[in-house]
Design a binder for this molecule. Sequence first.
Ligand code: LLP
Length: 399
Amino acid sequence: MDFAKLASKYKTPLYIYDFDYISAQFNSLKEAFHARKSLICYAVKANSNLSVLKLLGRLGAGCDCVSIGEIKRALFAGIAKYKIIFSGVGKDDSEIEFALRSDILMINIESEAELKRVEKIAEILNKTARISIRVNPNVDAKTHPYISTGLKKNKFGVDVDTAKKLYIYCKNSPFLEPVGIHCHIGSQILDIAAYSEAAAITAELLRNLKAIEIDIKFFDAGGGLGIRYKDEITIKPYDFAQAVLANLSGTDVTIVCEPGRFLVGNSGYLLTKVLYEKKNGVKRFVIVDAAMNDLIRPSLYDAYHEIEAVGKSDGAALADVVGPICESGDFLAQDIMLPPLENGDLLVVKSAGAYGFSMSGNYNSRPRAAEVAIEGGKDRLIRDRERFEDLIRLEKEYL
Ligand code: LLP
């Protein structure tokens, strides 16, 4: 990738996504499930750019959405309504109504109270809500505590016994149709045993439901497949598929999974320009034009993103890469080796395609970066850099 050319054409900070990589990742996962009916519902939250959604939609993906905004994005990008799932612990009435009117594949229920709310709204609309129930299997995904979701202490889903009760309730309601079962235990998962354990618990419930004539059609194994940021040993799509499928022999369910990071994480680069170098005593700082508002993962989770100096390698020494924001927590990397740098040099922050732009913000009144796609060797702008006018557009007349 010619980062220098891209920086001079689109300026920095700049998000760049390799669309061919995204396609290859999607195809490898789809292939892993080739022996069964499967639906890959891309977790829109990882990177919700419409062009990314469109690309995945063309490949056959559905979408896992957690807000009305994400459902609207998916529909806008041409994702078929019958491939859209609506998840999340806190859906409000207007969101539930929109989902029911849009006739999406299923609403993923996360509590008894929510199930009753969906039933009520379906009744008012005189519709039958297709639902799945998110099972919290109390399995440790062994990942960062902020992105672990399958333990009792996490706010997500309901335990197996409650799930069974809710399915029976659905069976007796004219406004609820249970079509799916769902389990998502966390993100950046590297431990295959966690998937096997969660799938075994969910599959057992699936069989118990069948025995009482509740016939579930979609088995959603969640997302969470980890990627390599540094030296992680990741789960291969084939092994992930086997961990799920091994529990489902003799069933006729369509396998659903909801990867986000796996599809887009390593497709993305955040390109940033060096403003200055400085030293406070012995501590060396490389100050760049991207900041925690552009990529919050290092500040929020202490996440590691590899950083490379474009076209430079000699004489590396320890440095922190920091942004211009007025917080000591504003860093992209700490204590990494970098060559001597000066104003105008470029750094590329890797593995930034997932939870990069989608978690970005405007803190310090910083406009968000532009986004560019590279496909078949050609680059194109897929989101303009924000301007000052975008930042103040919604503010009312001031005194
Ligand atoms: N399905 C559900 C219900 C989810 O909550 C998530 C992610 C996914 C699928 C997709 O997970 P993935 O395949 O991308 O791991 N901001 C954090 C990650 C938060 C993940 C939230 N839920 C990060 O930057 O690491």
